[in-house]
Design a binder for this molecule. Structure first.
Ligand SMILES: Cc1cc2nc3c(=O)[nH]c(=O)nc-3n(C[C@H](O)[C@H](O)[C@H](O)COP(=O)(O)OP(=O)(O)OC[C@H]3O[C@@H](n4cnc5c(N)ncnc54)[C@H](O)[C@@H]3O)c2cc1C
Length: 475
């Protein structure tokens, strides 16, 4: 039996703790917040239950995904909703199905724009056939080569620059991981109704009746029932190491510092934070590399309306230049019983960097921005329908892939894993824009690894770098 201390009770931390405890190991999960779930948490505000933006559990048509869902299905509670993807983009004043169907866009926009899309698209496709690129560095290069300038700007360029807060010429092409399959072959396959790649084009979600938290609360309960611990309001402060091994984890609880001895530490906290936790400190170059990794933050403005529903989509991406917000989700459309019958709650996302004018904006200022964008959607919204609004913030929502991010990421990961009994995982531990199902699955795989191979993380890092490489290629 190994004594494993896990930093963070989000999907990754709980995924690994659940599987470790089933395998008979002793896991102690330390979570700084007062509830489990990490970003997959449901907030209770008055009579409303809402998630941090949309948070549905992806069901992918792969063997791995089916197996993990089979084993965690009881944690979704009774009769979870099985949802079929209802995602839209709002482009040039109209809604389109997402992932985009090229024919739909061509017939939806003006004939002149449509002709420009086709011209640029054919030119780009022929160009890259005749002159295959040696290497695509930026997201913009990837997009213009695969889609042509006009389609790229309309559907990805303008939106991505707003989401990431950088010109897309400064964003790595690896950011295209989620949309990498939007090339000619896949567009034709999809137009013909033939299913394309399961990583990008899955269409099914699972969602507990009363919010995504249910999944993680039940998972935490299972960890406890196997004799392991999930400790809330217990932020980790230091990792005491002796050479290449962490011997004790120091955390705070009820104003006191407590030490937990361990055989291994599994961390899901952001790499820049983790790199500074060691006592004695890690070599300066490792800390410097980790410190250069940047995160994009999110401000979430929840708008409560006295109307039964705004629309039928689960969420919609706002693509046009005149929007400031990125995405809107309607909680009722994934969990109907979470909001009173006669009202609806929209969650509107605005991306920013921590400390900028959006992050520090007052609730009133943020609401004004949101209301301006909502009014452009054409649902005949009236101020008299506004019941209330509230604001929440996530500081490390998305890893930012700047052009040269791997020059810092790889040395940071390698330097950290020189501490042989440290394993990093999850969205922040791998600096990977992945989803909850990925993180639960990776957590379960890490538990199996430790059970089989013990507490040396050398081979695990190799596996993760391979996994990340595949994801960066959109696989
Ligand atoms: C707006 C938005 C919408 C999303 N929608 C979806 C979706 O629909 N479907 C999907 O599958 N995924 C979605 N995701 C992604 C999903 O949220 C992540 O993949 C997932 O939460 C990552 O899990 P994690 O455990 O790696 O990290 P987290 O969820 O961030 O958990 C990390 C935990 O570590 C804790 N922690 C940090 N520092 C310390 C410390 N010092 N001591 C103790 N604890 C600490 C944090 O409090 C947190 O609970 C979305 C993400 C965002 C931002």
């Amino acid at each position: 039996m190994k004594r494993i201390v896990i930093l963070g009770a989000g999907p990754a931390g709980l995924g690994v703790a659940w599987r470790l405890s089933v395998l008979g190991h002793s896991a102690t999960v330390l979570e700084r917040e007062e509830a489990v779930g990490g970003m997959g948490k449901t907030l209770k505000v008055g009579q409303y239950k809402v998630d941090y933006g949309p948070h549905t559990f992806h069901v992918r048509p792969t063997k791995e995904s089916e197996a993990i869902i089979e084993s965690i299905r009881p944690f979704f509670g009774d009769n979870p909703h099985v949802l079929i993807r209802g995602t839209r983009v709002f482009l040039q004043g109209k809604y389109y199905v997402y992932p985009l169907e090229l024919l739909q866009v061509l017939t939806g926009v003006s004939p002149a724009l449509s002709a420009r899309i086709i011209y640029d698209y054919v030119r780009a496709t022929v160009g890259s056939f005749l002159r295959p690129p040696q290497k695509e560095h930026s997201f913009e290069e990837w997009g213009v080569r695969n889609l042509g300038r006009t389609l790229y700007d309309l559907c990805f360029g303008i939106y991505s620059a707003r989401v990431w807060g950088l010109p897309t010429s400064q964003i790595s092409s690896k950011q295209a991981q989620r949309v990498a399959k939007l090339n000619l072959k896949n567009i034709i396959l999809r137009t013909l109704g033939i299913k394309a790649d399961p990583v990008t084009y899955f269409a099914k979600y699972l969602y507990p009746q009363e919010g995504i938290s249910v999944l993680f609360e039940n998972m935490a309960e299972s960890v406890r029932s196997h004799g392991s611990q999930v400790l809330l309001q217990s932020p980790v402060k230091r990792l005491i190491r002796n050479g290449e091994r962490i011997e004790r984890v120091v955390y705070e609880r009820d104003g006191r510092e407590i030490e937990a001895p361990c055989d291994a530490v599994l961390s899901t906290v952001p790499l820049p934070v983790l790199a500074k936790m060691f006592d004695p400190p890690l070599p300066q170059p490792v800390q410097d590399s980790a410190a250069r990794l940047r995160y994009r933050s999110l401000v979430l403005v929840y708008v409560v309306l006295d109307r039964e529903r705004l629309a039928d989509w689960h969420w919609v991406y706002l693509l046009d230049e005149h929007f400031r917000c990125n995405r809107i989700s309607e909680q009722k459309n994934v969990g109907p019983s979470m909001v009173p019958l006669k009202q609806t709650v929209l969650c509107v996302e605005i991306s920013c960097f921590k400390g900028d004018e959006i992050w520090t904006g007052s609730d009133e200022e943020l609401f004004d921005i949101v209301w301006r964008d909502l009014s452009k959607l054409g649902h005949d919204l009236k101020k008299s329908e506004l019941s209330s609004y509230f604001v929440r913030r996530i500081d490390t929502a998305y890893p930012v892939y700047e052009l040269d991010f791997e020059e810092y990421l790889i040395p940071a990961l390698e330097g950290l894993h020189k501490v042989r009994n440290l394993f990093t995982l999850g969205r922040h531990g791998l600096f990977l824009n992945n989803s909850m199902d990925d993180n639960v699955l990776l957590g379960a795989q890490l538990a199996e690894y430790i059970d089989r191979q013990g507490c040396d993380s050398g081979a695990w890092l190799g596996q993760m770098l391979e996994h990340m490489n595949l994801r960066f290629q959109g696989k």
